[in-house]
Design a protein around this ligand. Structure first.
Ligand code: APR
Ligand code: ZN
Ligand code: ZN
Length: 361
């Protein structure tokens, strides 16, 4: 029997979000219905509401979530009712060229649930990033569910579903930060701070945090930055070179998504170093670089999609480290809120003092 639950819907471009009754069908073959316990508010949800992703309104927002599997459809064997799971954007196939080369985030054959959730009048909803978890229950492909230790707080577990995984993964998976490396992180919001946590976990000797806001630099320090640079008052490329014996950082992680910070990242790396681009630019942005610098500097330039994570490997591992007290993912939860407070959480994003507002059920 299809069920009716409450969910946060973005009805049209720039219109305020509304809590609506939504219809969640029973899981079909390969699908699962998950009782959501927590879902973080991410910038991407705001972009959906603003029409910046696509025009497939109405959206069922929310995509950074953890919960308990309620029911599964035919053929589902990896998860079962009662399992505590973290949701990820899409199930990967495991067989395509990208998957076989160990780059599952670039899988050619990803999939989401085949059935659609709807409003009570039958209007089909587009779930944000194939999840739609600002809802008491949501329908996903079973392959989007990764089982983890159920003793962790759902608000913490859900964070790994997007921003925190993107940041930690940028350092440990994409950037391959190694013991003793010097790492610079440009932009210390939730994603940049998570990159700092990842760099520390990987054994970086120096972690240089760069931001234009002193409050962000303070938080970055508490996350593990060893040095901070305010790039409003100091040239960050010069400062990073000075702090690394004149060489530049072994790994520079860009977590802003602007041309000037891409350029800083390019020049702040050591000649053989790696630049990891996590900040998402807009389609209009371009960057001019001297070709002799591109040619002469060597090293590598990589973009990081979802932290190059393999959910089945990375989610349980990071939850384990959190439970042991070796990383503190709880530090990313600024506040827990109710389903009716998502619009307020969007407003708070701009104030710059929130890492994550997390809806709890
Ligand atoms: N130089 C340095 N830092 C900057 C600059 C700049 N020119 N402009 C903004 N910042 C800082 C902000 O002060 C803030 O601390 O970058 C940080 C951005 O943080 P958030 O807005 O909280 O964004 P976050 O969720 O961390 O995501 C960062 O990663 O995944 C992508 O789409 C995401 O592009 C976004 C980026
Ligand atoms: Zn997100
Ligand atoms: Zn694949």
């Amino acid at each position: 029997m299809a069920q009716q639950v409450q969910g946060v819907v973005a009805p049209g471009k720039n219109e305020p979000v509304r809590v609506e009754t939504i219809v969640v069908p029973d899981p079909g073959p390969g699908e699962a219905v998950v009782k959501v316990q927590a879902c973080g508010v991410c910038h991407t949800d705001l972009h959906y509401k603003q029409g910046g992703i696509n025009d497939d309104f109405p959206f069922l927002l929310g995509h950074e979530a953890a919960g308990v599997v309620e029911s599964v459809g035919e053929g589902v064997t990896d998860v079962a009712p009662g399992d505590f799971v973290i949701l990820n954007w899409r199930a990967v196939c495991g067989n395509c060229r990208a998957c076989l080369r160990g780059r599952p985030q670039y899988c050619f054959n990803t999939h989401n649930a085949a059935q659609k959730m709807t409003l009570t009048d039958g209007t089909e909803l587009s779930p944000a990033l194939g999840i739609g978890a600002f809802a008491e229950k949501t329908l996903v492909a079973a392959g989007q569910c990764t089982k983890v230790d159920p003793s962790v707080s759902p608000a913490v577990a859900g964070l790994l579903g997007c921003g925190v995984m993107a940041g930690i993964g940028a350092a440990i998976n994409t950037g391959q930060v190694g013991r003793g490396d010097s790492v610079a992180v440009i932009g210390c919001g939730g994603v940049g701070d998570a990159a700092i946590v990842g760099a520390r976990l990987a054994g970086a000797a120096r972690i240089i945090a760069v931001d234009i806001d002193d409050r962000k630099l303070e938080t970055a320090k508490s996350m593990g930055a060893t040095h901070t640079v305010n790039s409003r008052s100091t040239d960050p490329v010069e400062a990073i070179r000075e702090l690394t014996g004149g060489f530049g950082a072994d790994v520079v992680i860009e977590a802003v998504g602007r041309p000037e910070t891409y350029k800083q990242a390019f020049y702040a790396r050591d000649l053989a170093g790696t630049v990891v681009l996590v900040g998402v630019p807009t389609p209009e942005m371009t960057l001019e670089l001297s070709l002799i610098d591109v040619f002469g500097r060597g090293g590598s330039l990589k973009s990081s999609w979802y932290g190059d994570c393999l959910p089945s490997r990375d989610f349980p591992m990071l939850i384990d480290l959190h439970q042991q007290g070796r990383i503190d993912l709880g530090a990313f939860v600024t506040e827990t809120i109710g389903l009716g407070d998502v619009e307020k959480a969007f407003a708070r994003m701009h104030e710059g003092d929130v890492l994550r507002s997390v809806v709890v059920f």
